[in-house]
Design a binder for this molecule. Structure first.
Ligand code: GTP
Ligand code: MG
Length: 199
């Protein structure tokens, strides 16, 4: 599948203000700075579409982008960003939780995992929570350009083993790098299949 058209629609801190849930949507979640906004830019081929920053905590609202006039990509704030105030962290957490649980047109949640790190408790607990709520997820390993070739496989295996401690079956997983365009075809074909299967 090709993205021929992509356009910013809205940015809200309240799920009730988001666009009418009348089109399929795919959202990106993960720790602050993991590369959610960068991945949206990579997929759409538009560098400045979603705002990115070297500093964590850049995306603070729910951002909708309409793709090919028929479905949405959604950029979400990160979780686990320690430097924002406790009350702000709580309200972001609530906003994300509400969005994920209430958004009826959410076809799949892409959970981004930094491929360079050991399995992080906050990622594992987020995935557990999403699983307990029966939210369909797909894992995207990010920033793989920063890894040496022989590090990727063991890191992925370590992450899979952590998941298998509580899950019988692994979710789909895709290796990505926004700087190298890696995983673009795979993510778009995942979306294409999801759109075809759920209609
Ligand atoms: P928040 O909005 O703060 O939650 O962060 P985010 O997950 O949207 O991350 P963002 O896309 O803003 O990227 C954070 C930093 O990581 C930026 O400096 C990006 O340039 C960098 N980055 C993102 N993806 C990649 C990647 O695939 N490779 C490399 N080398 N850097 C990346
Ligand atoms: Mg962001």
């Amino acid at each position: 599948m090709e993205i021929k058209q992509s356009e910013f629609v809205s940015s809200f801190a309240d799920v009730r203000k988001c666009p009418a849930p009348d089109k399929p949507e795919f959202a990106f979640i993960g720790r602050s700075n993991v590369g959610k906004s960068s991945l949206i830019n990579m997929l759409t081929g538009r560098k400045g579409l979603a705002k990115i920053s070297v500093k964590p905590g850049k995306t603070q609202t729910i951002n909708h982008f309409i793709i090919n006039n028929s479905w949405y990509l959604v950029d979400l704030p990160g979780y686990g960003y320690a430097s924002v105030s406790r009350s702000q962290r709580f309200s972001w957490g609530k906003m994300i939780e509400e969005y994920i649980l209430k958004r009826e047109n959410l076809y799949c949640l892409f959970v981004l995992i930094d491929s360079r790190l050991d399995p992080q408790p906050i990622d594992l607990s987020f995935i557990s929570w999403a699983g307990s709520k029966e939210i369909p997820i797909c894992i995207l390993f990010t920033k793989t350009d920063k890894l040496k070739k022989n590090q990727l496989l063991p890191n992925r295996k370590r992450f899979e083993n952590s998941l298998l401690e509580s899950w019988e079956e692994l979710p789909p997983m895709i290796i990505t790098s926004s700087t190298e365009g890696k995983g673009k075809k795979e993510v778009l074909s995942f979306i294409k299949n999801a759109l075809a299967n759920q209609k």
